[in-house]
Structures are given as C-alpha cells and as structure tokens.
Design a protein around this ligand. Structure first.
Ligand SMILES: Nc1ncnc2c1ncn2[C@@H]1O[C@H](COP(=O)(O)OP(=O)(O)OP(=O)(O)O)[C@@H](O)[C@H]1O
Ligand SMILES: [Mg+2]
Length: 345
C-alpha cells in the first residue's frame, strides 16, 4: 500500500508508513522470521504501546510472496459478524481489478453475500444473512480458499479477545481446530485487553494454549525514540534539542501513544524551534482536555480506591502497595483494605 506525505509526522490514529514508524526492528524481524518458518504469533502488551501499529508495519514489510490480510474484530458480536468482517477485510484489501483480487472477489461473490459500498468512502462491505451452521461452513470455505493459493497468506486478527463475547459456544475451540489444520496460512493475534489475551493464550484450559509464539511488546528504547523525534521534526524543517526530546520522553514515560500524541500537538503548534515551554504548554492542554474523564473515573471509585489510585500515580511505579512505608507515606488504610480495593477494581 502507498502512503502519502502526512501533514503531521506523528501518527496518533493509523499507520503512516515505514518512514513515520519508530524502531521496532527487532520485533519486526522476529515476527517475520516466525511467519517465514510457518509459526503463528500472539502480541501482548499494556494498552496503546503499539501492537496495531507494529502489525501494520510487519504486514507492510513482509516479502512480496506473502499476501497479508488485516482484520479488526472489535465491533463484532457473533460468528456471523466475524465472517462479515473477514470477507469485508479481504475484498477491501485486494481490489477487484488486481490479479489476486479478481480471484478473491469471484470466490467471495460465489458465497453470495450482499455487497454494498460505503457512500462516503466507497469501501466495499460484505454481509451474509445465514444460519450458524452456514456461517461456520463459509468461514471454513474462506480459509480453504486462501489455503489453496500459491502465495503464503498471513491473517492478522486484532482485538481477538472479542471472540470471548460471542454467544456461540466453543468458538475458540472451533477456530483453533480450523486454524491448526491450515498449512499455508499463518496468523498474528493481538488484542487491547491484556488479561483476556493472556488468558486465551497462556491458560492450560483454553483452546489456544501454547498454539502460537508469544511476543510481549515493551516500550521503545530511549535512544531510538529520541532520535526518531529529532528526525521527524527535522524532516519538516523544525528543530528540537536532544534534551528537550528527552524531557518529552521522560514526561510521557516513553509510552508510545502519549509520546505520539504530545509530539503531534507540539508539531502542529510550533514554528521552527521546539522549546521546553512549547511542549509543556501542550502537555498542560492535553491534561486539561482529559480532566472531565478523570473526574468521571473518580465518581466510579470509592474514596479508598481513589486515594489508592492517586498514591500509585504519584509514586509512578510501586511494587509493594501493601507495605507499611507506602501506606504511611500516602495516608492509606490498612493493607487488607488495599488488597480488597485492588481486587474490586
Ligand atoms: N513504533 C511506532 N512509531 C510511531 N508511531 C507508533 C509506533 N507504534 C505505534 N504508533 C502509533 O501510536 C498510536 C498507538 O499505537 P497502537 O494503536 O498501535 O497501540 P495498541 O497497542 O494497538 O493499542 P491498543 O492497546 O488500544 O490496541 C497509534 O497511532 C500508532 O500509529
Ligand atoms: Mg490495537
């Protein structure tokens, strides 16, 4: 896929292409290596650290002999919607007029979905109105069709934990059995709900237990992120000192989304030279924008829970929230109450 030159080099919503993507070289190599060796992978991390971005980066970097499909199932609620999303993703990502696309479209149309086009974006939408049994048959048919292609196929399913919400019983076990039988298709699974994803792939009682190579995604390293920030500003004839970039990274704690969001704002609200005053002002504005959300969060918590949350936020990182030292420093109640509060939240 071609990427045009963005107005702002700091992505905050979607992947802007390899020139605007920071580092992740080791992870990218590891995933591509895994896929080349016929392994499926699962990406796990805390929220907004860059799983979806990394998936797009990997799919972009895959050798031409691979055909990648990205499927986000966040807003699917049952297996039928899963099929709709899978078919829609396939026909959106391979336009009908391309060689591979033509074959795919002919096949998808043979399953007789309703195909409509979004009036605003023109993107196609496939939807099937069929029974559960027919849905399973059709999902299987899509996999089998892809399995029979000469190119290797990679299907990345994002927000995969959503399958746990499907009303159909044993979706996981059924999918696992299908997926396991495929030789020509490898999968990348990812999801924003870390605890559910971990449970799905690391709990011995779950069907996906040990079925894939697990990759824990951490924060981008200081040096790489600093150099990236400097390079992005320079690309657009703006300058930022090393120290200022480091100060930004220290304030965002190198969290990808926060860093991208702050840099995006700093970029759009600056002329040529980026100073500490400029980023601090933007950081303040960002915090102010979130204030209502933080306050509504306070209403959802008990007084004890709120005090505990504030204490952890002030501490930054705490490994022993039940220690006497921590309790005394922040005027919290007993360690038993702390355990009870953290379990309730
Ligand atoms: N290495 C990177 N370089 C530049 N931007 C990135 C990088 N990784 C992610 N981003 C951007 O940061 C933002 C947040 O990343 P992303 O959505 O990929 O996180 P995520 O881990 O998938 O979040 P969630 O847990 O909500 O699913 C996105 O706008 C993405 O484009
Ligand atoms: Mg994501």
């Amino acid at each position: 896929m071609r990427h045009s030159i963005p107005e702002n080099p700091f992505a905050t919503t979607h992947y802007l292409g390899p020139d605007y993507f920071c580092d992740r070289q080791v992870e990218t190599k590891k995933i591509i290596q895994g896929l080349k060796n016929g392994n499926s992978l699962t990406l796990i991390s805390i929220r907004r650290i860059g799983k979806t971005g990394l998936i797009h980066h990997v799919l972009h970097k895959l050798p031409k002999s691979f055909k990648p499909v990205y499927v986000d199932i966040l807003d699917t609620e049952n297996l039928n919607q899963f099929l709709n999303r899978l078919a829609t993703s396939i026909i959106t990502q391979f336009p009908e007029k391309t060689g591979f696309g033509e074959k795919l479209w002919t096949f998808i149309k043979s399953l007789r979905p309703m195909i409509s086009f979004d009036p605003l974006t023109g993107t196609p939408q496939a939807s099937f109105k069929i029974s559960k049994e027919e849905t399973e048959i059709n999902i299987n048919a899509v996999f089998q069709f892809l399995e029979s292609q000469s190119s290797k196929i990679v299907i990345a399913i994002d927000e995969f934990q959503q399958i746990l919400q499907y009303p159909e019983k044993n979706t996981g076990a059924w999918l696992r059995a299908k997926i396991q039988s495929l030789k020509n298709i490898n999968f990348i699974f990812s999801g924003s709900q870390q605890h559910l994803m971990s449970e799905l792939f690391t709990h011995p009682k779950r069907p996906f237990y040990r079925s894939t190579q697990l990759l824990k995604l951490g924060k981008i390293k200081q040096l790489e992120y600093r150099n990236f920030i400097i390079k992005m500003f320079e690309k657009y004839d703006k300058s930022i000192d090393r120290d200022v970039a480091d100060n930004i990274l220290s304030w965002t704690d190198r969290h990808t989304f926060f860093t991208q969001q702050l840099c995006n704002r700093v970029f759009s609200n600056s002329q040529h030279s980026i100073t500490d005053e400029i980023w601090k002002e933007q950081a303040y504005i960002l915090l102010k924008e979130q204030e209502t959300m933080f306050l509504s969060l306070r209403n959802m918590l008990s007084v004890h829970q709120w005090k505990l949350l504030l204490a952890i936020a002030k501490e930054g990182i705490t490994y022993k929230p039940t220690s006497q030292k921590f309790i005394q420093m922040y005027g919290l109640s007993t360690s038993a109450t702390i355990i009870k509060n953290s379990l309730a939240s």
